[in-house]
Design a protein around this ligand. Structure first.
Ligand code: SF4
Ligand code: SF4
Length: 514
């Protein structure tokens, strides 16, 4: 008979938050509206690791991240309940572990690694290097799903239904088309997207799930810096398992614990590792174990030697210094465009947690992750690549979904005058200059009210020796906002004859001064 136990509630909670995660992921998309009316970035906003690193590196308290205080309070009462009952990464790992029959114990404990990683991330943030995006579970998940899983999923589904529509008999496409329509309205993205670094992001995600083969929740036990931070706060928790040790009767709970939270001989439970999954309570034959409120009296047992502690601190100081002497910092980067509303220079790096929300929502698939263009400090930060997609004149979505204010929220009128860069023509490629043939494509597409592209009417002698009247385009810099539509629509193959270069404060930092 189906028995409702504490474990049932935990599973229901996990399913609820996993469904919420995917729902919000799907809603982080263009739906025909100018505004996204939901807090689609809430998982980042209640992430205390994101809040702490942004506070330390940007030296500002970002009000958007205040919900993270709720998670800290929750942890200080209930311990790492977030990891066991809420975190979608944990739930997906539990599911993976079931499918691949992950062993409960591997005999090896690498618990201390997550504290070392947490130490490096926090100390680096203090010295201005934001590393959280490489290891925060939500950044890894959302970025991996945005850059790799979602595009592949859409490609597979479309690849299945497209041939049915084109080649199948009418009766079959009469069935398949409505099904495809339902999928488009529910689980498929607004359009097929393509991203740089999709393979790398997909492989990182795959590796995290593959580690389940070694032991259950390998990532949570050993690597997750958010888990490590919550473990530290859980030392104050007042809701704990009793007895503190696996009791003499059988000790079955100790080897079966998914977090390996008991010490080696099963005598002592490490509260900071326990995620309150309730397995040990529900599986206990004699039912002596239970969770209850009590004043904490056992000292915290952080698995970190003094040597690891000092090592993490030194690495946290050294990495920011190394990033500062990276040659990428001194190279001018005239074509590295940031999204509209992006904070300037260092503040952008300090605030951006590489979550990929902006790239996910971008209508034109214009925002792409950086690789090493601005050093490893800038890896996975968004850049606008106009040849792949331009910035839509009326769109302000990326600023709406950015959880940390790395991209500021712009009103429509602010967006219309926000300067991302300035377009520059290359006369060696532009058709009316280089080929003496007519072309007005860029001017036709320019969305600014007074048209930032104008023409000079000239008469030239073409290759056939004939005099022809031509319109040669030029830019009015004060009117150009650098949306990149001219670069995107230029009909030349390969590189465009008009390119957007950085403008404003960012270009001054480069010594570019445009
Ligand atoms: S880059 Fe432009 S088009 Fe893309 S989401 Fe941001 S505002 Fe919209
Ligand atoms: S700029 Fe983009 S990747 Fe960075 S925090 Fe904002 S939404 Fe996330």
């Amino acid at each position: 008979m189906f028995k409702i136990t504490l474990r049932t509630f935990r599973k229901l909670s996990q399913l609820f938050f996993l469904a919420l995660f995917f729902l919000l992921f799907r809603l982080t998309d263009y739906s025909g509206l100018d505004e996204i009316p939901y807090a689609v970035n809430i998982f980042f906003r209640w992430d205390p690791l994101v809040a702490a690193t942004v506070l330390l590196s940007a030296k500002v308290l970002v009000s958007l991240l205040l919900p993270s205080l709720f998670v800290i309070a929750l942890t200080m009462v209930f311990g790492r309940v977030f990891c066991g009952w809420i975190c979608p990464m944990g739930t997906l790992l539990d599911g993976t572990g079931k499918v691949i029959h992950a062993p409960a114990q591997s005999g090896q404990s690498l618990r201390s690694v997550k504290y070392v990683l947490l130490g490096i991330i926090l100390v680096s943030s203090l010295f201005g290097l934001q590393l959280v995006g490489y290891l925060d579970p939500f950044s890894l998940l959302v970025r991996g799903f945005t850059l790799a899983v979602d595009p592949v999923f859409n490609l597979l589904v479309t690849g299945f239904f497209d041939p049915l529509y084109r080649y199948a008999p009418q009766w079959l496409s009469n069935i398949s088309e409505p099904v495809y329509g339902v999928l488009q309205d529910s689980v498929l993205p607004y359009k097929q997207t393509f991203f740089q670094l999709s393979t790398l992001s997909g492989c990182v995600l795959l590796a995290i799930f593959a580690l389940e083969k070694l032991e259950k929740r390998f990532w949570c036990r050993n690597l997750c810096p958010l888990g490590a931070l919550l473990a530290i706060f859980s030392r104050f928790s007042i809701f704990r398992r009793f007895p503190k040790q696996a009791c003499k009767g059988c000790r079955d709970c100790a080897p079966n614990c998914r977090m390996n939270a008991f010490d080696s001989d099963g005598r002592q439970l490490r509260h900071e590792e326990c995620t309150l999954c309730m397995d040990c309570v529900d599986d206990c034959v004699n039912q002596p174990s239970r969770f209850r409120f009590a004043v904490p009296n056992s000292p915290m047992q952080i698995d970190m030697s003094r040597r690891s502690f000092i090592g993490a601190g030194l690495a946290g100081i050294t990495l920011p210094l190394l990033s500062k002497v990276d040659a990428a910092h001194t190279l001018p980067r005239p074509f590295l465009l940031r999204p509209p509303g992006a904070a300037d220079g260092n503040e952008f790096f300090s605030r951006c947690v590489r979550c990929g929300e902006c790239m996910k929502v971008c209508i034109q698939n214009a925002l792409q992750p950086c690789f090493l263009e601005s050093g490893y400090e800038g890896m996975f930060t968004p850049r606008l690549i106009p040849r792949l997609g331009y910035c839509e004149f009326n769109c302000t979505l990326c600023g709406q979904v950015c959880p940390t204010g790395a991209i500021g929220r712009l009103s429509q009128s602010e967006k219309h005058s926000f300067v991302i860069g300035r377009a520059v023509f290359d006369p060696a490629r532009c058709l009316p200059f280089a080929d003496q043939s007519p072309c007005i494509v860029c001017e036709e597409h320019c969305p600014t009210y007074d048209k930032a592209i104008k023409f000079q009417e000239v008469t030239v002698v073409n290759r056939q020796g004939k005099s022809v009247a031509l319109k040669q385009p030029y830019i009015i810099p004060e009117l150009c906002i650098g949306c990149g539509i001219c670069e995107n629509k230029c009909p030349l193959p390969g590189d465009s004859a008009v390119r957007v270069v950085r403008a404003g404060k960012q270009s001054e930092e480069d010594g570019f001064g445009y």
